[in-house]
Design a binder for this molecule. Sequence first.
Ligand code: NAD
Ligand code: AKB
Length: 319
Amino acid sequence: MLKDKILIIGACGQIGVELTLALRKIYGNNHVVAADLREENPLLKGTGPYVTLDVLNKEMLHVMVIRQNITQIYLLAAILSATGEKNPLLAWSLNTQSLLNVLEIAEIEKVKKVYWPSSIAVFGPSSPKVKCPQKTILEPTTAYGISKFAGEFWCNYFFHRYKVDVRSIRYPGLISYKSQPGGGTTDYAVEIYYDALEEKKYNCFLKEDTYLPMMYMPDAIRATIELMEAPAERISVRTSYNIHGMSFSPKEIAAEIKKHIPGFKITYNPDYRQPIADSWPQSIDDSVAREDWKWKPEYNLESMSSDMLKNIRLKKVER
Ligand code: NAD
Ligand code: AKB
């Protein structure tokens, strides 16, 4: 296991920072190369190798995979749902071309494993709202969702046609305190904790009763690593796995925060992100992931909220 060399593309994003740190703990700092277009995230500084990379520059990517003897690639670079609706064609081209570049290089260089995340955005208004199954109608209505839908089937294609061991999870909205979210519809569920602590109020861009599937970052990181470490014969889904953590509405998260900050107040001003949220399911059936690689979440709204508030307070003290 220690001989593996991992490349994480999009390492300075919301997931990338925490995933890079977690993989460096397992594989050793020098075995995990972090890459991004942006400047190195301060949390990554001094923890291992960092390179500036545009994943759309296929030749540079190819050279890097060869020179660094990369055996696993995690591709996290993407444009998320809300930003994607502002520039749909850019979202489509980054999200799909980056994946095709990685899959093609993985095939040529016989990279052992590839990870690429999908999203609950593959579902659309015609998918079941409650406990949305692994296999169901997929008719996404956002540019982001369309790119994830196409990406899932490219993963499936490269696995069956070229034997590229590519694995994927349909993440729900992810909530974290280490690095900021990057332009999604579920970002309100991160912002609300910061505003609650700083201003005791939050102006929410979704309606009070908008239920969405969500997950605390430690569960998402563990799920990712568990899926990647699972024996190949346990992976029955080569598009992307449903996983579920919790479901709540803005009204419910506000009520949970009020238990910690009694004077907290929430107001609602739904914007262009409301129709995106309305097109997604409210909860997800993850029984296939539970069966195949024993997936099980640990956090619920209560335990996540305590941990978020405790850690954001600590960050402020340290500043
Ligand atoms: P993010 O926007 O926070 O991070 C993406 C990173 O990719 C950024 O640091 C950005 O600088 C980098 N990047 C953009 N273009 C690049 C390029 N051309 N070359 C190299 N790097 C580039 O996103 P995230 O929230 O960390 O999401 C990572 C992946 O997980 C994405 O595929 C996203 O669709 C998926 N996902 C995220 C969530 C969530 O709630 N965060 C939920 C579902 C799926
Ligand atoms: C977004 O809101 O775009 C992401 C996602 C669910 O894919 N958090």
